[in-house]
Design a protein around this ligand. Structure first.
Ligand SMILES: Cc1cc2nc3c(=O)[nH]c(=O)nc-3n(C[C@H](O)[C@H](O)[C@H](O)COP(=O)(O)OP(=O)(O)OC[C@H]3O[C@@H](n4cnc5c(N)ncnc54)[C@H](O)[C@@H]3O)c2cc1C
Length: 524
């Protein structure tokens, strides 16, 4: 079956929804998500969205904080652009119905998080992402011209190479004509043809055993672009959130927002020591990578499985008011956060790298855009500043929509696109092979390519992953296409890219920490 739209949007988080709402004013839109529309990383965001709204904050301060967190590997032009265009995008979110918390004075109640020099995080209690997802989903669901296909899984992009023809401004001569999409209810593969395609497929937290990401985050977008020979960059920079709730067996891991440390929460090891000042003069408010490594080290040195976040000294009523979800979650496990400490552990959280895009969200494949966590814009550099990702998704969706709308006019639909060929394949006899391989991939990545790496660990990970890669490719070739085998294959592609890029970086920088290349400051 074949469908045709002006714009195909893959992903229903903030990036995909905001692009769709803008593009639909200029043409037909098909929005697909592999689960229900609201099951996205966006929905899980707690802390909020960073933007300069009041004095004494300024664009210069937000730019500086972003550059410092990014270990000066950010693209400064991009940082300035995102910071400057952020406030306008906040206004759009509010116009679409998003509610941010206000003080009694009527001003927005701005939070401060690790790495920020000012209070600048707009939030809705401690479930900001859920509020944003709610507001935009309402707009998308009621729009008559957006064709929403939930439980539809993009298997691969439809692309063509034009040998010998150099496409203007692009390093490759590849064009994207849409995607092969698996209807998860009927198992039928559709050809969805588009004049332009937007990838907003989110991150890849499920590459690791412990992650704050929901199960949808399997790096499908990065893997699809890699297979289509687009450009992927900065994959070595995987952000681990320092504080997810230690509750073995729970997936995704429940996040204890950084805002709790901004609010006065203090990290302690199991010996009750406030250990952060040993590692950084900013103590518990140091940037995420520093805090995650410090916790990792405390756990390794003492042989402990978690550390504690202490909020006992904070006012009970205010804790409940500001962090109702965390209070409730901890309470459900028998922890009263006004009287007891919270056990926490780092978890894979955010992929800073991804599909390389220019300042309009264009990838290096013509007619293909990428925004949000799947993309690598240059904003985050070697480490993302807290709450900078939602604003990045908004700013880039806006830019990509404007650019795509202008350019789609000149594009035709491709013809003679072959149907999906699954001749000679059967239902896999043993699903256990997929389940077991997935488990092994996560273990390998967690053990050897986690918060602290070394050349030997990376080499070992490569060798182990290669065996699983060969087994999985063989299985893929003879199996009917299914979400589970595709996700395993995609995670293997992404794992390979993380390792290769980690091996290529002969230094420790930002989130990439290799014991064989200590930072200069560590040697002093
Ligand atoms: C627990 C948690 C807390 C966070 N807190 C914050 C915060 O406070 N502030 C902040 O700025 N950021 C935060 N983040 C990060 C932020 O939420 C994400 O980076 C951002 O929401 C990503 O938006 P997105 O639109 O790129 O992707 P997502 O919101 O993840 O959406 C991805 C979409 O792509 C779809 N998809 C994926 N693969 C396929 C496929 N093959 N076929 C079809 N559909 C597919 C999914 O179904 C989903 O609809 C947090 C993340 C987590 C997990």
């Amino acid at each position: 079956m074949e469908k045709k739209y002006d714009f195909l949007v893959i992903g229903s988080g903030l990036g995909g929804l905001s692009f769709a709402l803008k593009a639909v004013e200029h043409g037909t839109v098909c929005l697909i998500s592999k689960a229900e529309m609201d099951e996205t990383n966006t929905r899980y965001a707690q802390g909020g969205i960073a933007a300069v709204t009041y004095r004494p904050d300024s664009y210069a301060k937000h730019v500086e904080d972003t550059l410092v967190a990014g270990d000066h590997l950010c693209n400064e032009e991009v940082v300035k652009m995102v910071v400057k265009e952020g406030p306008e995008q906040i206004r759009e979110l509010i116009q679409w119905g998003t509610k941010f918390d206000k003080k009694s004075s009527g001003e927005y109640d701005l939070a401060r998080e690790g790495g920020h020099s000012e209070h600048r995080i707009l939030h809705h209690k401690d479930n900001t992402g859920q509020e944003i997802q709610r507001a935009l989903s309402v707009q998308v669901r009621k729009h008559p011209k957006i064709d929403l296909l939930e439980n539809h899984f993009a298997v691969d992009l439809i692309t063509q190479h034009h040998l010998g023809k150099l496409v203007k401004r692009h390093m490759t001569d590849i064009e994207c004509y849409g995607a092969y999409v698996l209807n998860l209810k009927t198992s039928q593969v559709l050809r969805i043809l588009s004049k332009t395609t937007l990838l907003a497929s989110g991150g890849a937290g499920n590459l690791y055993s412990t992650t704050t990401n929901p199960t949808i985050a399997t790096g499908d977008g990065v893997a699809m672009v890699y297979r289509a020979k687009g450009i992927i960059e900065n994959m070595e920079f995987v952000q681990f959130h320092p504080t997810s709730l230690y509750n073995p067996g729970e997936s995704p891991s429940f996040l204890i927002t950084e805002a709790m440390r901004g609010y006065g929460g203090v990290l302690r090891n199991q010996l009750n020591e406030k250990f952060m000042n040993k590692y950084d003069k900013r103590g518990s408010l140091a940037p995420r990578d520093v805090v995650a490594r410090a916790i990792d080290n405390e756990m390794k040195v003492h042989g402990h499985e978690f550390v504690y976040l202490d909020t006992k000294h904070l006012a009970e009523r205010e804790l409940k008011e500001h962090f109702p979800n965390i209070t409730e979650k901890c309470s459900s496990l028998g922890i009263d956060i006004s009287k007891q400490v919270i056990p926490v552990v780092p978890a894979a959280h955010y992929m800073c790298g991804g599909v390389k895009v220019d300042m309009d969200g264009q990838t290096w494949i013509k007619r293909l855009y990428a925004v949000g966590e799947v993309s690598s814009t240059g904003l985050h550099g070697a480490n993302r500043l807290a709450s900078n990702s939602l604003i990045e998704a908004m700013v880039y969706a806006n830019r990509a929509a404007k650019h795509a709308v202008k350019n789609a006019v000149g594009y035709q639909f491709a013809d003679q696109i072959p149907v999906w060929d699954d001749s000679g394949t059967t239902h896999p006899e043993e699903m256990v092979l997929i389940t077991q391989n997935l488990k092994e991939v996560k273990q390998i990545m967690s053990n050897y390519v986690g918060i602290v790496r070394s050349d030997l660990r990376l080499e070992r990970a490569t060798a182990r992953l290669e065996i699983i890669y060969r087994e999985t490719e063989a299985l893929y070739k003879k199996s009917n296409v299914s979400q589970r085998i595709c996700e395993l294959r995609n995670l293997l592609n992404v794992g390979y890219l993380v390792i290769k890029m980690a091996q290529a970086r002969k230094e420790s920088r930002g989130l990439h920490y290799n014991l064989d290349y200590p930072r200069r400051s560590d040697q002093e």
